[in-house]
Design a protein around this ligand. Sequence first.
Ligand SMILES: C[S@@+](CC[C@H](N)C(=O)[O-])C[C@H]1O[C@@H](n2cnc3c(N)ncnc32)[C@H](O)[C@@H]1O
Length: 266
Amino acid sequence: MDRDALLQYRHSKDWEQEADRFRLPNFTYPAYYQTQAFHGITQGYLNPDAAVTYDPVTKYVLPPNEEWVRQGLIDRIRCRPRRILDLGCGTGSMTLRLKQAFPNAEVVGLDLSPYMLVVADEKATQAKLDIQFQQGNAEQTGFPDASFDLVTASLLFHETPPAVSCRILQECFRLLSVGGEVLILDGNQSTLRWADWLTEIFEEPYIKDYAAGSVDAWMGAAGFESIRTEDVFWTNQVTRGMKPLPRSFVMVEPEASTIAEQWAMG
Ligand SMILES: C[S@@+](CC[C@H](N)C(=O)[O-])C[C@H]1O[C@@H](n2cnc3c(N)ncnc32)[C@H](O)[C@@H]1O
């Protein structure tokens, strides 16, 4: 990591002024978020240092390499989305890839941290990609029901307590139209369960609880169907689910025997 380049970037802008472009008035941060020093940074993502260091560090912690892991999510998208929401978008690394994969889609990136959004917006501008970045809580986004056909979250759930991840999945369900997809990319829960040393390396307050849980089960509890988790290398996983038709709309096919009986009775 080039320390001088990082320092130069840190001092290249007035972070408070830039962050004001994204800060919502009277915005309340969830308690699990503002009390923790994620990655050992005081105040976690509510410190511009988190935004400055995020990309240079992330490229070393996603084996075999960041491109491969992120492409693991893109490759598992089955729909042709028109409206995409990337929750906990951070510095936008996945959001930009989503827009590149689906250039005609409207893409929104949502995050609690205004500093992460400053970096995300800057990266999108440099790449000439039209993406809307905004501050918000993934548990309660404020978007209307059924307003997206693809919702993603990458590297978010290992940083949220499981109860919060479950509420985020309920919100994804509400936000998706019928047939819409949710894709969650994160650490591989089975690997993290036996590789304790991995959970010790990173200063992540909720990663052990994440490892003990199951994104599959959380997604099922939120109402999703056709749920499937696949390994991305042995360190990461992508879980995909689909929003089904409401039960009241599902046509029940008459049993073949019933049809035969009706024929027999004339
Ligand atoms: C590890 S970063 C992942 C960033 C990005 N998705 C990526 O793939 O690199 C986690 C991000 O989730 C954000 N976050 C955590 N809880 C959130 C919530 N409830 N709503 C929105 N963003 C949240 C943090 O601010 C942080 O930017």
